[in-house]
Design a protein around this ligand. Structure first.
Ligand code: ATP
Length: 454
């Protein structure tokens, strides 16, 4: 089944029914643009994060990680340009009062169809708050609109602490917040989301080559997560659409049910951010501490003996974790008719990303011997520390298989009456994608499972 025939409603319904994703505070009518990850969603999200960190940090020699604060210094976002330019154009319908993003419509209200709209005006997407007990302009802080700024402001700290040389990168996964005018399409456009960002610092002049390198790396990476290459498209942004900091950006688009849309952006941010934060330091030298000690101005630049100092350029692959989860769900979702004519829904997720690795099913939940063996198998698999193992005694075997297919469990182990009768003991192992069932020796279960999940 091609994902173009999958509707967002099917995905939303599966997510709620099986505990992947819920509307936040639905008990109180819900908060638009906010979602909570349930028991299976939080596993899938965690697995995707771990895959990113593994490949972007652990498997490389040139990347360090950080975990910065979410509350962000007002000055940092002034100098980064976000206070002035992190805006979307907003219009209101004069007839029904509906509010929309001007660049997402064709001159008509998306609610009532009226063309009686206000002029577009800029709306800043940052969430403002105050830190400390006194509310004043001095105590203003923002929830970060991207994780990147804490990487730039820590550039020198990381450099000093790790003795890295250019080129090298700093990676971060964390929450970001944008007060989107019209959050929509489930977890695609939300007001609170997670980003997986790498800021990769390079010499000016080498930036174009590194930009190309990261576009290819990132496209390959999404394919390695099991996404069908036909559903991924590279699209260079038009000059007019570029963010205020970017010289060039190529988006990695995915064929979501609502259309071909951005999953990740790979931007050449030039020396804009490090340059801006350096300028801020220079302007702040009116402060007494800096006036007395001008050397304390922290220039975000590289000074190698024998070389002219320079501010590094930055290549930024910035992926949305929530959009990644949505793309994985859509891409893995299949409806199939089996040989016996029965229909099933199956999530063909890569085993390393699947929320549940193995389900262990006792065929007769009232038979103490079968239950004891099933529990023992569950515990021995849990001891392998390979992720979530589910002991499943809630219903008949057919239903248990269907439930596990629907949430993408790669393998089910069934303990049945034959297990009790045979010596050596054997169990049934069922494969999710082929539905093939084989019997294997009880003593070989752990090694078999490990080989299959790898
Ligand atoms: P869009 O054009 O869709 O608003 P953007 O170009 O503003 O996205 P970036 O600033 O490049 O997005 O952010 C990097 C990534 O963060 C995006 O590719 C996307 O995956 C994710 N992202 C951005 N805004 C949101 C949002 N409101 N909800 C979910 N993910 C988001």
């Amino acid at each position: 089944m091609s994902n173009q025939s999958i509707t967002m409603e099917e995905i939303v319904s599966l997510c709620k029914r099986r505990g992947f994703i819920f509307q936040s505070y639905d008990l109180y009518g819900g908060l638009q643009g906010l979602y909570d990850y349930g028991p299976l969603g939080c596993e899938l999200k965690k697995n995707l994060k771990e895959a990113w960190w593994q490949d972007m940090v652990y498997s490389r020699h040139d990347v360090e990680g950080i975990d910065g604060s979410i509350l962000t210094h007002k000055q940092a976002l002034k100098y980064s340009g976000h206070e002035d330019t992190f805006t979307d154009p907003m219009v209101d319908c004069k007839d029904c009062k509906f509010r929309m993003r001007a660049d997402h419509i064709d001159g008509k209200c998306t609610n009532c169809g009226s063309t009686n709209l206000t002029e577009a005006r800029d709306f800043n997407l940052m969430f403002k708050t105050h830190y400390g007990p006194v509310e004043s302009t001095d105590s203003t802080a923002y929830l970060r609109p991207e994780t990147a700024q804490s990487i730039f402001t820590n550039f020198k700290n990381v450099l000093d602490a790790t003795s890295r040389k250019i080129p090298f990168g700093i990676a971060q996964i964390g929450k970001a917040f944008r007060n989107e005018i019209t959050p929509r399409n489930f977890i695609f456009r939300v007001r609170e989301f997670e980003q997986m960002e790498l800021e990769f610092f390079v010499k000016p002049g080498e930036d174009d080559t590194w930009h190309e390198y990261w576009i290819k790396e990132r496209l390959n990476w999404w394919q390695q997560q099991g996404i069908n290459p036909e559903n991924l498209v590279l699209e260079p942004q038009k000059k007019d659409d570029l963010s205020h900091y970017a010289k060039a950006t190529t988006d990695i688009l995915y064929r979501f049910p609502h259309g071909l849309e951005e999953l990740e952006g790979v931007a050449n941010r030039t020396d804009y951010d490090l340059g801006s934060h350096t300028k801020n330091q220079a302007e702040l030298n009116i402060q007494a501490s800096v006036k007395d000690n001008p050397d304390s101005i922290s220039k975000l630049q590289i000074q190698t003996p024998g070389e002219k100092p320079y501010i590094p350029f930055v290549i930024e692959p910035s992926a949305g974790l929530d959009r990644g989860v949505l793309a994985l769900l859509v891409d893995a979702y299949c409806k199939e008719t089996l040989a016996d004519g029965k229909q099933r829904t199956v999530l063909k997720l890569k085993p390393s990303l699947a929320p549940i690795k193995v389900a262990v099913i006792p065929l007769a939940k009232n038979n103490p011997e079968i239950v004891a063996i099933a529990k023992e198998i569950t515990e021995s698999l849990q001891a392998l520390k390979i992720g979530r193992i589910r002991y499943e005694d809630t219903g008949n075997i057919g239903k248990a298989y269907r439930r596990n297919d629907e949430v993408g469990t790669p393998l089910c182990i069934t303990v049945d009456f034959e297990t009790l009768e045979q010596e050596p003991k054997t169990v049934t192992i069922r494969h999710r994608d082929s539905t093939e069932q084989i019997r294997i020796d009880y003593l070989e279960i752990t090694s078999y499972i490990q080989s299959q999940l790898n």
